[in-house]
Design a protein. Structure first.
Length: 153
């Protein structure tokens, strides 16, 4: 895979992929193509009452009472249980799931940046390991944060 910018962090090399602009999630997702999965922020109890979780429930098959993982044409990542550090394991689990399912294309919403109250600058770095996973699309704001993390090194 071609890459645009490279940086060194903890002696490992990271880069934004050349195709990152083709991997921007739409700001508003109302329909999904075959194989597309709506990725939304949830709470552990799966009470999908508002925000993207409500959209997932109403349109894409989210299951009331299921706060984590694949359900219908969507994938829940809990964001309401504490600080950013409590979200990271669920993001990591999601990334591993996406790697195991290359036949799916995951459209990540701005999880945690609505009702949960986090900033893009707090959540986007959790997805640094998703940068090289070709079937994960991220919000433009997350890509901007990740590009700023990379810098011009």
């Amino acid at each position: 895979m071609r890459t645009n910018r490279i940086y060194i962090k903890n002696a490992a090399m990271y880069a934004l992929p050349a195709d990152w602009k083709d991997r921007i999630s739409p700001n508003s997702i109302n329909t999904l193509a075959d194989g597309e999965i709506f990725v939304f922020g949830s709470n552990l109890r799966g009470m999908h009452g508002g925000g993207a979780a409500r959209v997932a429930l109403d349109k894409f098959g989210a299951v009331w009472g299921q706060g984590v993982g694949l359900q219908g044409k969507c994938y829940a990542i809990p964001t309401m249980q504490g600080g950013v550090e409590t979200i990271q394991p669920y993001v990591d689990e999601f990334i591993e799931f996406a790697k195991a399912h290359p036949e799916m294309r995951f459209l990540v919403t701005r999880i945690g940046c609505g009702i949960a109250g986090f900033k893009d600058s707090e959540i986007a770095p959790l997805f640094k390991d998703a940068v090289e996973v070709e079937n994960i699309c991220l919000p433009n704001t997350f890509w901007e944060v990740l590009a700023n993390m990379i810098g011009d090194n």
